[in-house]
Design a protein around this ligand. Sequence first.
Ligand code: B12
Length: 215
Amino acid sequence: MSKEEIFKEAQKAINDYNANGAKEVAQRGLAQGIGPIELMNKGFIPGITEVGDRFSQGTCFLPELIQAADAMRVATEVINAAIPANQQQKKGKIVIGTVEGDIHDIGKTIVVSLMKANGFDVYDLGRDIPTEKFVEKAEEVGADIIGTSALLTTTMEGQRKLEAALKSKGLKGKIKTMVGGAPVTQRWADRIGADAYAEDATDGVRKAKQLLGMG
Ligand code: B12
């Protein structure tokens, strides 16, 4: 089967809210030698994006969104397990999580895997994380970067709050910030004074290296 056909099947499994199918295609694609990140970016992500579009157009509803997210979670687990463990020297420390009020964590989890695979020490706080917790953890571990994910326009505000918290503690600039999530843009990053914006996991790794003077 061609790569393109596998990507179509991956997309279809998510569109059909089919967790078993998603797992099976993920395993088959990897066995065929497709790279995990390529399979995610060209197969599964277009699938979940389409479900998001259906949801906003009112042609699917929350139960379907939840089933699609579950299929996506299963696929992500298979994909993440296939991202090679890192053998290189550690590059830097990153504290990462989804901001308060926001439980979307599929994208954040992909970023975490790819960061780890690229030699970063990653402290994944999970989802629905209050600003103070990001700052506390970053101080505790001596983080170089705090990465935040926001998927809702309402919760993006958490990324701005983090900038303010770092400023008030005199940590702005010492700990760099990186923002991501579907509604987040470079413009938003500029507006709130974040040090970097990344549009996907690969871009996240590139920007993190740049922030640490390695790119
Ligand atoms: C799956 C999903 C869910 C799942 C989440 C499951 C989970 N464990 O994550 C469930 C069903 C729980 C859910 C719930 C809700 N959702 Co929802 N959801 C989605 C959906 C369809 C896909 C998100 C996703 O996983 N995408 C795939 C990943 C891989 O992409 P990503 O998250 O963007 O991440 C990539 C990049 O952005 C970047 N990135 C992300 N984070 C970070 C962080 C850093 C540091 C870096 C460097 C990079 C980076 O790298 C990632 C990898 O490439 C989106 C639609 C969409 N198009 O985004 C709606 C969407 C985000 N949801 C939406 C809504 C409204 C909701 C609910 C409010 C619905 C409701 N009525 O209850 C709730 C909110 C609950 C809450 N408080 O958080 C809206 C948001 C609208 C808005 N403008 O705010 C969207 C846009 C759907 C829509 N079109 O209306 N949702």
